[in-house]
Design a protein around this ligand. Structure first.
Ligand code: HPA
Length: 277
């Protein structure tokens, strides 16, 4: 499977989506665990389960809806991927390749990724949100392994688009929402990290840890999409409080940060619709 980063491999899925909702799509949004509420805000929404879209993966993680929602949000034609498929579900770090190729094939140029994450900074606690400025791919996997074309040599110096980051910080400021910035470190999961791994992550420069997003950033850059990514912090990382971590906690606390993140994303989209972002 390769279109050398052209998105051609998403053509069939793109045609399938266009047959249901034919808009000049500009922005794709991937919603992480417990962050599904934004999908409910899409106007004139056409909801399509992943299992119906050619080539789309199906997620098995509770708290993920696994549907694409097409429509407009704050005047911007969007596709919201409500639910992602993670590396840890099947060992395939390219699980989201077809959805991202589809976004490219649909003509979108911007991808907003969201996730739930554990914070390494005590002052950025549960319910806070963090703009990702850079990442560390600690799982050791790369979703472009096996890609046969030279397009696989993707530069990641500017993986998180500087203009989008500035626009998100401005949107947060305008909404009066505190938005931290930091480095996200990708662990494979599904087990949470150990306290020793978190001490290591801190030494290596991480501000937050999580089990997703990084492979999608790499694929998105491969497809030439501009990327912004925001974590909602659901917990302080392993060993920081003495409490055990759980997916129930992730699902319970993600909506707190999600409400703030939703305001920031909507403000960003409004600015974009007005030609200001
Ligand atoms: N570690 C990894 N993934 C996570 C965490 C965490 O502490 N919290 C939410 N997702």
């Amino acid at each position: 499977m390769s279109g050398g980063g052209t998105g051609r491999e998403g053509a069939e899925a793109a045609a399938f989506i266009r047959a249901r909702c034919d808009l000049p799509f500009a922005v794709g949004i991937v919603l992480g665990s417990g962050l599904g509420s934004l999908a409910g805000a899409v106007k004139d929404a056409v909801r399509i389960p992943y299992r119906e879209i050619p080539g789309f993966p199906v997620s098995s993680v509770s708290g993920h809806a696994a549907e694409a929602v097409a429509g407009t949000l704050e005047g911007v034609p969007v596709i919201v991927f409500s639910g992602r498929v993670h590396f840890f579900e099947s060992g395939d770090s390219a699980a989201m390749r077809v959805p991202l190729a589809t976004l490219k094939a649909l003509g979108a140029d911007t991808l907003i990724l969201t996730n739930a994450a554990g914070s390494l900074r005590a002052e950025v606690g549960p319910g806070e949100i963090m703009l990702i400025t850079d990442h560390i791919a600690f799982s050791g996997r790369n979703p472009l392994i096996g890609e046969p074309t030279d397009a696989r040599f993707v530069g990641l110096t500017e993986a998180y688009d500087a203009k989008l980051r500035a626009a998100f910080l401005a949107a947060a400021g305008a909404e009066g929402v505190k938005l931290a910035s930091g480095v996200y470190m990708w662990f494979s999961g599904p087990a949470f990290e150990t306290p020793a791994e978190i001490r290591m992550a801190r030494i290596l420069g991480a501000d937050a840890v999580g089990m997703s997003t990084v492979p999608e950033v790499i694929l998105a850059r491969f497809f030439g999409l501009r990327v912004a990514a925001v974590s909602t912090i659901t917990n302080l990382a392993a060993g920081m409080t003495g409490a055990e971590l759980s997916h129930d906690e992730t699902k319970e606390l993600a909506p707190v940060g999600a409400a703030k993140l939703e305001r920031v994303i909507r403000r960003f989209l409004r600015e974009r619709a007005g030609g200001r972002a």
